[in-house]
Ligand binder design. Structure first.
Ligand code: ATP
Ligand code: MG
Length: 472
């Protein structure tokens, strides 16, 4: 007797689909991510894939007519698929199909097929698991490739020859690595080899698709797992050469620098323990990319990476553009964090003065906490004494930030005396003196000579004006 998994199918939607299929006289199954995640106890996914042995679109139409409120169907005729959004569930219907590929495209030639044909075309054995929705064997698991064993053992493998699977649709290489990272699975050696052999095929995949998978890896608990696999298979060098350029340790006259590639991956893992923000994680990934082009050796002082923050922040733009990442405020945020990534470190190494902290808050604005989070994640020293010292220093900087913020509210700095007030006070027309006075007020506040308050700033303005020879 087959074990039944009816428990996975208690949502009333499944009996509605079952009923609809029966009325149309087609067989249908739940397949893919929903089944996988259920069997892994990862909860029930909200996107559910249904295969009909027949027309997926006709089944979707029938299902929609049975659902309360007659939800709209999005039909993709070219793909033979249809989608229904119902409550918080997204149902995707497809007719069972057989696929064959051309070398220059990941879009297959499609013909109608059996359930088994449809399972053959799936990327991984753990994604080819199907549960029957047919009344005579409702809840039965159809597992032609021992996907369940792969689930138990934590293995990513392909239903067919991996060399063909990855070559047909190279996006699967990214997906394999993404699933391995998300589920903490191992990619079987044969598959890993096939990815390595087919890495150059990644060029036929759109940047958007690649970035989708990269972002999913970035949002995992331990993204370094994915990045090491990307590196090992040679994909990373094709996608993010700026990162692989950081790899390696050079030694001249007995002086070495650290391997900035593996250091970066450690920083990313660190930051993932404290933040879920995707773009802060990206900032961690890219914070040192300026180090490859700025690396120099000097006889007296050893290795330096002067200006790597500035160079790195310029590289962020090119990299975002190439990967079709957003070129909006998200990119600017990453650039800013890369540019400022050493500021709190310099601060923490010396005696922390109020004015230095005020300047940091002024420059970082509302991103100052994220910047601190990045710097704390950047501590990868294995020396426990140093580790403690750095952490303590950053704690001090954070305390000072709070203190200075309470007093002076520098974060969203607005000049306490406006240009108009200056013009009125000295009976001026728009002129460069106004700019000079405004800048002097800002400097006096940042230096702590006066508090960030209107009264004090006005007194200061009057004095400054007088010293410039202006008359009230
Ligand atoms: P998740 O939704 O968590 O990303 P998933 O496995 O549901 O995981 P989807 O992209 O939603 O992934 O795809 C649904 C199913 O479609 C997969 O489980 C798999 O069976 C199949 N599939 C998706 N993309 C591919 C592909 N590139 N090649 C072969 N089969 C695929
Ligand atoms: Mg899915």
């Amino acid at each position: 007797m087959q074990e039944s998994h009816e428990k996975a199918l208690t949502d009333p939607i499944f009996s509605i689909i079952s009923q609809a299929a029966e009325e149309l006289g087609v067989e249908c199954y739940v397949i893919g991510g929903f089944v996988r995640d259920y069997l892994l106890n990862r909860g029930t996914a909200k996107d559910i894939d249904i295969v009909a042995v027949g027309s997926g679109i006709a089944l979707a139409e029938k299902v929609a007519s049975k659902l309360e409120g007659n939800p709209a169907i999005s039909v993709f005729k070219n793909f033979g698929t249809a989608m229904i959004k119902h409550d918080d569930i997204e149902l995707e219907f497809v007719g069972a199909r057989k696929e064959s590929y051309h070398r220059d495209s990941r879009k297959p030639v499609v013909e109608n097929g059996t359930l088994q044909d449809d399972q053959n075309r799936r990327d991984f054995t753990i994604n080819a698991l199907a549960l029957s929705l047919n009344s005579h064997d409702f809840g039965n698991l159809l597992d032609p490739f021992d996907g369940i064993v792969a689930l138990e053992k934590g293995i990513i493998r392909t239903p067919l020859d991996p060399d063909i699977t990855y070559s047909d649709d190279p996006l699967r290489m990214m997906r394999a690595i993404r699933f391995a990272t998300q589920l903490n699975f191992v990619i079987e050696p044969k598959s890993l080899q096939a990815i390595t052999d087919n890495k150059a095929r990644i060029k036929i995949i759109s940047k958007e698709r690649i970035v989708d998978e990269l972002n999913k890896i970035m949002l995992c608990d331990v993204p370094s797992k994915g990045f090491s696999l990307l590196h090992k298979t040679g994909l990373l060098e094709l996608i993010l050469p700026e990162l692989t350029a950081l790899q390696g340790i050079e030694e001249i006259e007995g002086q070495k620098h650290k391997d900035n590639f593996w250091h970066t991956l450690e920083v990313v893992d660190n930051i993932c323990k404290t933040t879920d923000k995707l773009w802060l994680r990206w900032a961690a990934l890219l914070h040192d990319i300026g180090k490859a082009p700025t690396k120099r050796f000097h006889k007296k002082i050893g290795w330096t990476f002067h200006g790597h923050e500035f160079v790195g922040s310029k590289m962020v733009y090119k990299l975002f553009k190439r990967l079709r990442l957003p070129l909006n405020e998200k990119m600017k945020y990453v650039q800013k964090l890369v540019l400022m990534s050493s500021r709190p470190i310099v601060l923490a190494e010396e005696f922390v003065t109020d004015s230095a902290v005020r300047r940091l808050v002024f420059d970082a604005g509302e991103d100052v906490e994220d910047l601190m989070t990045l710097c704390e994640a950047d501590i990868t020293t294995k020396n426990p004494k140093k580790q403690r010292r750095y952490k303590n220093n950053f704690k001090l900087v954070r305390e000072k930030i709070t203190e200075v913020e309470e007093r002076d509210r520098i974060r969203n700095f607005q000049p306490p005396v406006s240009g108009e007030e200056i013009m009125k006070a000295f009976n001026l027309k728009p002129s460069k003196e106004i700019g000079i006075i405004k800048e002097a007020i800002k400097e006096a506040i940042l230096e702590g000579e006066i508090p960030n308050e209107h009264g004090a700033a006005r007194d200061f303005m009057l004095k400054k004006g007088a010293s410039l020879g202006l008359k009230k």
